[in-house]
Design a protein around this ligand. Sequence first.
Ligand code: ZN
Length: 61
Amino acid sequence: MSQTETVHDRIEQARTELTPTQIAVGLALAASLGFVLMFLQDPMVHDAMHTFRHGAGITCH
Ligand SMILES: [Zn+2]
């Protein structure tokens, strides 16, 4: 798959141009985004957060 290789090459190039701190920040942001998406896609966790919002006094409906 040439497209995969292209993306991989881009990542390799970005890695050489970024500082370790920038890489760490980028990975942290990506991990946070993945964590949020995981929460949004899990109905049970969504319900738990919904209950938490009401528990915190935040009305949503
Ligand atoms: Zn609600």
